[in-house]
Design a protein around this ligand. Structure first.
Ligand code: NAP
Length: 486
């Protein structure tokens, strides 16, 4: 596309690569993808803990415009997903556009020129007309502030910084947290560990995963029968889409608690006392549902102990709980999640008239269609505020975002626009719609989660179907934007 703007994409994970593939496919070559890491992959490069896989089937957790029929199983492990992303970067000709090992630390809009000035970690600067942040919601590990944490004499690490050089065989391992991450690695490390103590503050609703390898004949059919892969993806799409229903209809949520997650717990955990401690007291979906067929089984293994007494402090030799017991450990693994509500941090973003994004978001992040914030022209986000899903593949949302941003780029090129900035009124009306719908979901249901801020505002999740998101983002509507001609 001639005269297309210079586009800086920040992040080379699913979002950034998806954007790059779509731009390239539309003939736009004027883009650069920045990433602080040494390769593409984003979260699938950073996280390497044992047992890491996606709990959304890969035929849906992959780009519709970059399909693969190589998946070995329904829920492939991290290495296979990373290999897919690396193949995407290679086969769509993205490598020449990549600037890896290059962290962007600040982005400032220059009112005079109507362009963005990016500061890189080495102190140099780059200019761009359009900036697309694709930095993810789960990229900054959260280390909780537990008294005594610095005194621990053994080996301690966060799940996102797995210490593969630290052999767990025969070790006394303490794990803090019991979300999706812990539920994936605890079953893997429990057999080798001498003793494993897992500290649970709040129980999770857990459902079975039903994973299976694709037989060679099935893989051949998916590869060679015209239309079959698409039909399979379509069936997975609708199967996931209906999972939204228990989140928005409490009566269906209660059925899912009893017949699905509750039934699984009753089946897997025979000890009534352990079962009681593993039973959540908040509606299903309020926190991310854990999808793991082997987690409960791991908790009932000899040598594995579930501790539900609150943690009082970490000592040099273990963890002391409120009942005064010291749980000795030589290895401490934090499965404590991510700083998910701090979107775009730690990049310092400054918009029109010196407006700081961090101040604009001081009561919680928001963005029009999850992509734009008034006062920050030509700055787009992928997987931005209120675009996370509790029920389906985030790649579906990223595809809608890439499509929408591409259309904005086309508009700017066709109409020779210097920038477009979403109007305050459009933002306010959109926010009312989203917040009103969020108030009726199970995410508000009396639990804490990474979906919301400390004050209780749900900043991460999308309260409707992905179909509705696709409809709302399909076409940028001129009445929603201020524009400035070049
Ligand atoms: P998470 O869901 O935020 O879980 C963090 C855990 O740490 C919770 O159990 C939390 O307890 C506990 N915790 C935090 N601070 C604590 C403290 N001070 N004391 C005691 N416990 C503490 O994090 P995650 O398991 O890493 O998962 C994050 C998200 O990543 C998931 O929800 C999912 O969306 C994504 N993920 C996806 C997959 C996949 O297969 N697609 C796999 C892994 C992760 P409380 O509940 O009491 O706060």
């Amino acid at each position: 596309m001639a005269n297309s703007p210079r586009i800086a994409i920040i992040g080379a994970g699913f979002g950034g690569l998806g954007m790059a593939i779509r731009l390239k496919g539309a003939g736009v070559e004027s883009f650069t993808v920045y990433d602080g890491a040494e390769d593409v992959g984003g979260t699938w490069l950073a996280n390497t803990y044992p047992g890491l896989s996606c709990d959304v089937p890969s035929y849906l957790y992959s780009f519709s415009f970059a399909p693969s029929t190589r998946w070995s199983r329904r829920y492939p492990e991290q290495a296979e997903i990373l290999a897919y992303l690396r193949r995407c970067a290679g086969s769509y000709g993205l490598r020449p556009h990549l600037r890896l090992n290059t962290e962007v630390t600040a982005a400032r809009f220059e009112d005079g020129t109507g362009t963005w000035r990016l500061t890189l970690a080495d102190g140099t600067e780059q200019e761009a007309d359009v900036v697309v942040f694709a930095t993810g919601q789960l990229s900054r590990p959260l280390l909780p502030d537990i008294p005594g944490a610095g005194e621990f004499a053994g080996t301690a690490f966060h799940s996102a910084w797995w210490r593969h050089d630290h052999d767990l065989t025969g070790r006394s391992v303490a794990v803090i947290g019991n979300g999706s991450t812990a539920a994936q690695f605890v079953p893997r490390i429990a057999p080798a560990a001498g003793k494993l103590t897992t500290f649970q503050r709040t129980p999770s609703w857990v459902v079975p995963k039903n994973d299976f390898p694709y037989r060679p004949w099935a893989r051949r059919l998916l590869r060679y029968v015209p239309g079959l892969r698409r039909a399979y993806r379509w069936s997975l799409f609708w199967r996931q889409e209906v999972m939204m229903l228990p989140i928005v209809f409490p009566a269906l949520g209660r059925i899912a608690e009893r017949r699905w997650a509750g039934a699984f717990l009753r089946e897997e955990v025979r000890d009534p006392e352990l079962r009681r401690r593993l039973t959540p007291d908040y509606p299903i979906g309020c926190k991310r549902v854990v999808i793991a067929g082997d987690y409960y089984a791991a908790l009932t293994r000899p040598g594995v102990e579930l501790v539900t007494e609150p943690i009082e402090r970490i000592t040099p030799t273990g963890i002391r709980t409120a009942d005064g017991r010291l749980h000795e450990a030589d290895t401490l693994i934090y499965a404590t999640g991510f700083r998910a509500t701090e979107f775009l941090a730690p990049v310092e973003v400054t918009g029109r008239g010196g407006r700081k994004l961090a101040e604009t978001w001081s009561d919680g992040a928001f963005a029009f269609l999850g992509m734009m914030v008034p006062g920050f022209p030509n700055l787009f986000m992928m997987y931005g505020p209120n675009t996370n899903l509790g029920h389906s593949s985030i790649v579906l949302m990223l595809e809608h975002q890439a499509e929408h941003i591409l259309r904005c780029v086309r508009l700017m090129t066709r109409h020779r626009l210097a920038w477009m900035d979403v109007r305050e009124e459009a933002m306010a009306a959109y926010d009312r719609l989203v917040q009103e719908a969020l108030s009726r979901t199970s995410w508000q249901g009396g639990c804490t989660s990474w979906y919301k801020t400390a004050s209780g505002r749900v900043t991460n999740n999308w309260p409707f179907s992905t179909v509705r998101y696709g409809r709302m983002t399909r076409r940028p509507r001129p009445e929603h934007y201020h524009v400035k001609a070049r």
